[in-house]
Each structure stands twice: as C-alpha cells, then as structure tokens.
Design a protein around this ligand. Structure first.
Ligand code: GDP
Ligand code: GDP
Length: 439
C-alpha cells in the first residue's frame, strides 16, 4: 500500500504548484494523448526513489465555502486519508490567524504534520522561519515551489517520517508475477461492476463485504479460469459509499489509484444507457496515466434500439480516442451476454503488456520501419536510429537509440509506435516509445 501525503493550507500558498512539482514525471505519458487531462487532486509522486500518493486537499473543497469551512474540510480530508500532512504556509504573507486555526484542527487528531514554508526565494531562512515557530510544529521545511528550492530536503524529511515512501531499486523495472493476471474492475458507481464481477466469478458470490477498512482498500479475489490464474481487484465490493455519499465518491479516486497500482490489466466498465460522462473521462485519464493494459466493457447493452447502440459506439470513439488500443466489448452483465468473451481480451492484453522481445527483433522492426518511411531531415541532417531495446513491461517501453533522436517529430514517433504495435501484435496495452541519443 502506497503511503498517502496530503497538502493542506490556505488558498494561494502554493499547494497546487507543489503538487505539480512532485507529481510531474508522469506528465510525459499523458502528454502523448490529446484530449486528456490529468487529475489535479490526486497524483502519484514519482521522484526517483520515492513512491507515494499526493492529495491536494485545496482542489477538493468548494470555492463558495467561507474560509473556515474550507479549511475544516481540508483538514478533515487529510486526517481521514493521509499518513502525513504537509501544512503549507506562505513565507511572504507571514503567519495568518487562519494558519493557527488549522493547526489546531490538525493537532487534535495527532496525525503527523510537517510545516512547509513556501515562497521563500531570496530570503534568509532564519528570518522567514522565526514567526512560524509559534505554530508549535517544530523545524519547518523552507522551500520555493516555483524555483525548486528546498524540495530535496523536503523529500528527505518525508522519507524520515514515513520510511515506506522509499522506493527501493528506484531505477529497476517493476517486478511482475507472470503466472497470474491481476485484473482490476473499474467504473463509476452504478455502471454494473458488482453485477459483472458476479458473472466473471461464475457464481452468485457475495462481494458486498461490509468490513471495516480504509477507503483505499479493494477486495482481492483469487480465481482460476481455463487454466489461467487471476486475482480480481474489486473496487466496488465495499458498498459503504451509499452511507456517506459525497465524500466517499471523491475518495474512490484514491482507491482507484491503489487498484491501478496493484493491477496488470484494467477492465473499464461503461454504461451504454448513459454514454461517456465526465467521470468516465476522469477515470480514463487515471488509467492512461498508470500505463496499465485495458479492456473496455460497455455494459447494459440489453434493451437498446439500434440507433441508441450506434450513438453509444460513436460516443465512445469520439470521447475516448486515447483508449483506442483497448478492445471494446458490448455486454450485458445482467443477462450474461458477451461476458465470457472478455477473458480472451484480458489474456491478450496481459500477454501484450508482458511481451518479451530481444533487441535483435526490435531492431529489425525498427530498420524495416525506417526503410519503408525514412525519418525527416532536421536542420539538414537525417535523424539516425541505431537500435531498439525493451526497457520495461506493463506497459512495454521501447527504447530507441540513435543520433538526434530527440528531434523526432511526434507524427514519426506515432508511426513507429503503430508499426511496433502491428508487427509485435500488441493489443490492449499502451506502448511507450522513448528516444535516447548517443552522440
Ligand atoms: P494554492 O491555491 O495553494 O494551490 O496555490 P497555487 O499553487 O495556485 O499558487 C498560488 C500562486 O502562488 C501562484 O501564482 C503561484 O505561481 C505562486 N507561487 C507558488 N509557489 C511559489 C513560490 O515558491 N514562490 C513564489 N514567488 N510564488 C509562488
Ligand atoms: P456498480 O455500482 O458499478 O457495482 O453497479 P451494480 O452492479 O450495483 O449495478 C447497478 C445497477 O445496474 C443495478 O440496478 C443492476 O441491476 C443494473 N445493471 C447491471 N448490469 C446491467 C445490465 O447489463 N443491464 C441492465 N439493464 N442493467 C444492469
């Protein structure tokens, strides 16, 4: 389970700037997909050597709240969800009464709090810190989020406080159990996840546990199908959300991030009766960011007119173009139609995500691709590719070495991606193409 760290502080102190700085490295993956926005509230920090989920509680609160409601909500969220709270203050504005009020709220709960003074560029550390000692939070971290000052020290402090944020083997590829498919069933409420899970498991198994646990927990159900071992990661199983409606709805994003982290393949369940709504897009964004393999199950396909079916199909193509690598199934979890066929796509997506391909093979594909369509000239010189090797799995990362490779236009990168996808018969997984220049 990844540790969770929450940013709390008055509006404008720099929470989202800090959030962006600490979660930036996955931007690259998302930037490849037009029309996709990142989640700005929950992010996975990917500084090398660090592994945690970051929440910007400022993004969760309502603009229309007055200041004290706003801060109370933020504090409550952080206390409920986080392992460590970063309390951010503005070094330029100085200590404000609201700051002290929030610290009071936080302190009542005993959650560990780290004081972070932001906007400190060009100022002496001791001078800025002095007045904030009154908060009684001990030694502050003094940073400038815009300039990157103090960020390394802040990260080191985080690691001191929660050793679990340390990612061992920072640069090693992730390890996977290749004999078991870890399948997460994801979808917004009411699309039919529970109904589908019962179908997938092939019996009327009750998945509606009501166990205590954090809102981050999913239920893991091992099962076997056609000789293949699976672990189903059931985010729908805990049905407590009906009790505390609004809050838990938001919290399920945290659960989604955790499930994505645990999964190899995601089954994204959509509701054909409603088409693609904002929440589906949000979920799709998180899935893309995770790099996991995907199978799309368009549920409630029963009882629809032909024209309605056409509308849904077009709607999916138009609004989820960045998931076009995923196989789409039209099913009825209620009646069971189409459900059996999902497994084949899941297996295929898993195999594609875990592909093994020697450098010689990838280099041959690269050479053939270049022979068919040479890369463009850049400042009079042709980009030269030398060889390609596999740099990781789930998603496959194909690393291409050569000269001037960083100038490769996106359209050509896309061409290479599609070629690798076709030749290696990759279906259901994103493919990352990365360039390395060796001259
Ligand atoms: P939030 O409301 O707490 O999320 O604050 P934002 O991250 O949106 O930042 C509010 C403003 O402060 C923006 O204009 C930022 O560019 C600015 N800001 C954030 N960090 C720093 C910093 O380290 N130094 C300075 N000078 N400005 C900053
Ligand atoms: P979850 O919140 O995603 O777990 O959704 P549920 O499995 O609880 O289903 C929500 C509602 O949709 C229930 O009333 C189900 O009976 C209904 N439902 C689920 N699958 C189908 C389906 O394939 N067709 C139709 N018409 N209704 C379905």
């Amino acid at each position: 389970m990844k540790p969770v760290i929450a940013l709390v502080g008055r509006p404008n102190v720099g929470k989202s700037t800090i959030f962006n700085r600490l979660t930036r490295s996955r931007d690259a993956l998302v930037a490849d997909y037009a029309g996709l926005t990142r989640d700005r509230i929950y992010g996975t920090a990917k500084e090398p050597g660090y592994d945690f989920i970051l929440i910007d509680t400022g993004g969760l609160t309502d603009q229309t709240d007055n200041m004290s409601d706003l801060m109370r909500k933020q504090a409550k969220l952080a206390i409920d969800e986080a392992d460590l709270i970063l309390f951010i203050v503005d070094g330029r504005a100085g200590l404000m009464p609201t700051d002290s009020d929030v610290v009071q709220l936080l302190r009542n709960d005993g959650k560990p709090v780290c004081l972070v003074i932001n906007k400190t560029e060009g100022e002496r550390r001791e001078i800025i810190s002095a007045e904030f000692y009154a908060l009684g939070l001990g030694e502050p971290q003094v940073i400038s989020a815009t300039q990157g000052r103090g960020i390394d020290a802040l990260l080191a402090e985080i690691k001191d406080r929660i050793p679990a944020v340390e990612k061992l083997e920072a640069d090693e590829p992730e390890q996977f159990d290749e004999n078991e498919i870890r399948l997460a069933v994801l979808g917004r409420p009411n699309v039919g996840k529970s109904t589908l899970i019962n179908r997938l498991l092939g019996e009327e198994r009750v998945v509606a546990f009501d166990e205590p646990g954090t809102t981050r927990d999913s239920i893991h159900v091992p099962f076997e199908k056609d000789g293949v071992k699976y672990t189903l990661i059931d985010t729908a199983g805990v049905r407590r959300r009906s009790k505390v409606s609004e809050k838990l709805e938001k919290f399920s994003i945290l659960k989604t991030l955790q499930a994505l982290e645990d999964a190899n393949v995601v089954m994204l369940v959509l509701d054909a009766h409603e088409g693609i709504v904002e929440q589906d897009l949000h979920l799709a964004g998180l899935i893309i960011e995770s790099g996991r393999a995907v199978v799309i199950a368009v549920n409630k396909w029963d009882g629809l007119e032909k024209s309605e079916r056409e509308w849904v199909t077009t709607n999916i193509e138009r609004r989820l173009p960045f998931l076009n690598f995923a196989k789409t199934h039209f099913i009825s979890a209620l009646h069971g139609s189409g459900v059996g066929l999902l497994f084949k796509s899941v297996r295929q997506a898993f195999q594609s995500a875990m592909i093994k391909a020697p450098t010689s093979r990838l280099t041959r594909v690269l050479e053939d691709a270049v022979a068919d369509h040479p890369p463009p000239l850049v400042r009079g010189r042709r980009i030269k590719f030398r060889y390609a090797h596999l740099g990781g799995k789930n998603p496959p990362r194909i690393i291409i070495h050569g000269n001037q490779t960083e100038s490769t236009p996106n359209s050509y990168k896309r061409y290479l991606e599609n070629t690798f996808r076709d030749v290696l018969k990759l279906q259901g997984t994103p493919v990352m193409i990365e360039f390395k220049t060796s001259d």
